[in-house]
Design a protein around this ligand. Structure first.
Ligand code: FAD
Length: 303
């Protein structure tokens, strides 16, 4: 039986493992190797790492973590997790089961990309989710926002205010987008049927056969936690603007005894720096709950 099993070995999970390793606790990090920003050439807004590829940042953090002898890293996917008589048990796809006193969920979320040919290929390079992460590199160039979320107008307004004078909101996506008060944003109601990425931009192809070229297209896709360990354990969740997230207390404790969570899966907003911070707090929370079992009771969901 180990002390802590961490599901997900990316920004939040590795940072939690670092705290636990420094307390010489036995930790197994099980990671399926698909961090959310893996297709992005550079991560931005991460102090000390601004503009560095996500894979490089993660390799460096992992090297730090693996210097601690009680931490084990397993490249595998957790397919099941449940409470056993006196422990929690993970079932991994290829490496059998892990019995553990605590589970820390750091498995992130899954993006539900717009159902358009070319969207998956352009995701993270020319089809982008966040002005703070990727807007500066495309500033003062023609930008579009796919109107796939009621708040897409909000995203377009932000981009128009501080990133580019040339912002088009593509409203023909079948979603009722709030377009009140969109100062300076152009509206285009032609339904988009495909996206095509090229070296210096992305083309939106419209239903009527016409097309427009942009330096980047922004979109805020819904996210899901369906079929993840958080759902399997029955953790209480709330609905954020982009989708569900696990409810946690200040030290990452979830509504399920012995289960902690951190990072994108436990936050309504998603970026690397908060995931690092939440991972650190949940790692400490897990550790202290091993020493003082009553210190962090399950997070109570207020009615
Ligand atoms: C295209 C794109 C670009 C982005 N760019 C930026 C940026 O520039 N700056 C920024 O701050 N933020 C950026 N973000 C957000 C950032 O990627 C996330 O906030 C961050 O990755 C969250 O870290 P995490 O550790 O919570 O989850 P993730 O990084 O998503 O890692 C979760 C890990 O858990 C693993 N996993 C999932 N399920 C299981 C399972 N069942 N068993 C085992 N392992 C599992 C996954 O394979 C993955 O390795 C971007 C997001 C996207 C989509």
């Amino acid at each position: 039986m180990i002390d802590v099993a961490i599901i997900g070995g990316s920004f939040s999970g590795l940072t939690a493992a670092l705290q636990l390793g420094r307390a010489s606790r036995s930790v197994t990090v099980v990671d399926a190797g698909a961090p959310r920003n893996r297709m992005s050439p550079a991560a931005h807004g991460v102090p000390g790492w601004d503009g560095v590829p996500p894979s490089e940042i993660l390799a460096r953090i992992r090297a730090d973590v693996m210097a601690y002898p009680t931490v084990r890293f397993v490249s595998d996917e957790v397919m099941g997790v449940a409470r056993d008589t006196d422990c929690l048990r993970l079932e991994c796809a290829n490496s059998g089961s892990v019995e553990t006193r605590r589970v820390l969920l750091a498995h992130g979320i899954r993006d539900r990309l717009p159902d358009l040919p070319g969207a998956a290929e352009a995701w993270g390079t020319r089809l982008l989710h966040c002005p703070y992460c990727h807007g500066f590199e495309l500033r003062n160039r023609p930008l579009a926002v796919l109107g796939i979320h009621p708040m897409s107008g909000h995203q377009a307004t932000m981009l128009r205010a501080d990133w580019s004078d040339d912002v088009t909101l593509l409203t023909g996506m079948g979603v009722d987008v709030d377009i009140d008060g969109l100062g300076g944003v152009s509206l285009d109601a032609r339904p988009v049927t495909a996206l095509r990425e090229s070296d210096d931009g992305i083309t939106a192809v419209f239903e009527n056969g016409t097309s427009s070229v942009f330096a980047g297209v922004f979109a805020a896709p819904r996210v899901t936690l369906a079929d993840t360990p958080a759902e399997m354990l029955g953790c209480a969740m709330a609905d954020g603007p982009l989708g569900p997230f696990v409810l946690v207390g200040p030290m990452g404790q979830t509504s399920v005894q012995g289960v902690f969570a951190a990072g994108d899966c436990a936050s309504p907003a998603h970026s690397v720096t908060p995931a690092l911070g939440a991972g650190a707090m949940a790692g400490v929370g897990c550790h202290q709950s091993l020493l003082f079992p009553d210190m962090f009771p399950p997070f109570e969901v207020s009615k």
